[in-house]
Design a protein. Structure first.
Length: 135
């Protein structure tokens, strides 16, 4: 019994010592850590809205994401990037980014779209051609 107690105490002390060793991994951004930048825009998850490129977002999330064009009658078409599963700070989430793309470029991308699907909202979702995904 005495050996068991000594072993248990040593085990608890060892676990406590391991918990005090700092992690070499940089802390991940959390959803509530949003910074207002000097230009008045926001920065969260390492994404500076209106400034960070799609490629930089992919690198930040370690995920490629899927891009598509959405059109709806009476509204301007939009290009969205969907990240099915990103992991930040112990949290897992799905994320959609609206990409800033000139209208002329969107029209060109629409003309090369590989597939169109009607969404439950009534919008049309166009799968981008491989040429446009590379850009």
């Amino acid at each position: 019994m005495r050996n068991f107690l000594i072993g248990l105490i040593l085990f608890i002390v060892g676990i406590g010592a391991l918990m005090l060793i700092p992690s070499k991994q940089a802390p991940a951004p959390m959803p509530w850590n949003v910074t207002i930048m000097a230009d008045g825009t926001s920065k969260g998850f390492g994404i500076h809205l209106g400034t960070t490129t799609y490629r930089q977002a992919q690198e930040s999330f370690h995920e490629y994401g899927k891009t598509a064009i959405f059109t709806e009658q009476g509204k301007t078409p939009s290009v969205e990037a969907f990240f099915n599963s990103i992991h930040l700070g112990g949290l897992s989430a799905k994320l959609v980014l609206n990409l800033i793309v000139p209208e002329q470029t969107i029209e060109l991308m629409l003309s090369r779209a590989a597939e169109a699907r009607l969404q439950p909202s009534g919008a049309h979702r166009y799968q981008l051609n491989n040429i446009d995904n590379a850009e």
